[in-house]
Ligand binder design. Sequence first.
Ligand SMILES: [Zn+2]
Length: 252
Amino acid sequence: MTVTSLRDGYVDMPTRRLRQPGNIVFGDNLPSQVPLIDGALRLSVNAFAIDDGDEITLIDTGASNAWHPTMGHLPKALREAKIAVDRVRTVAFTHTHLDHIHGLILADGGDGFPQLSRLLVPRLEIGMFREETRLERFHGRAQPFDPGQRLSAHIDTIATPGHEVGHTCFRLVSDGETLLIWGDIVHVPSLQFDHPEIAWEFDADQEQARTTRRQILTMATGNACYVAGAHLDSPGVGRVSCTETAFRFEPL
Ligand SMILES: [Zn+2]
């Protein structure tokens, strides 16, 4: 199994997106460990390609030209990684927010993945997916999947609701090692490993997102476990360890 991290780009977000328990924003009390660029949080936007030697499963697809122009570089990243788009037969989404799904369609309107045969969307979000009119020609092709469902011999799925109602982690197990491709469990790595109680304005349910984050972080602290995050600093892959009070991320 080969997993490739693909950077779609980045998005700058105001610090008020971060929420303390009680939906409270930070003011002057934002911890100094959080790096800011022109006063903003810079989130990498990553997708991950899983190559089993036969075909490629892509987890998330970036934003294409549906949001800020700092994203939409997935096609370039695929070329750089020498991954032929014709080999991508399965696309699966961690959730249906626009920075994860719009890469199905190129900026020029063409199909991002002409040989796509399976388009997997969390069942609880299939309606949200079908609200995206830009993706209309994919509405009928989307197949709902349930947590626990297996995508292949090596890949299964774990329900991780909170950031969105159907948010899902993909778990790859191969050769005694595990990789959790965990979508939006963490948006601001400089803060949320240390303070998993800090949530994100766009979380559908902040309290549930907190609980899920702690569960998945705990699950990820095993020795042979790696994580890959959609918004961890590119390439967004590493290991999680426990500290006395919380967690620490060690980038690979
Ligand atoms: Zn996201």
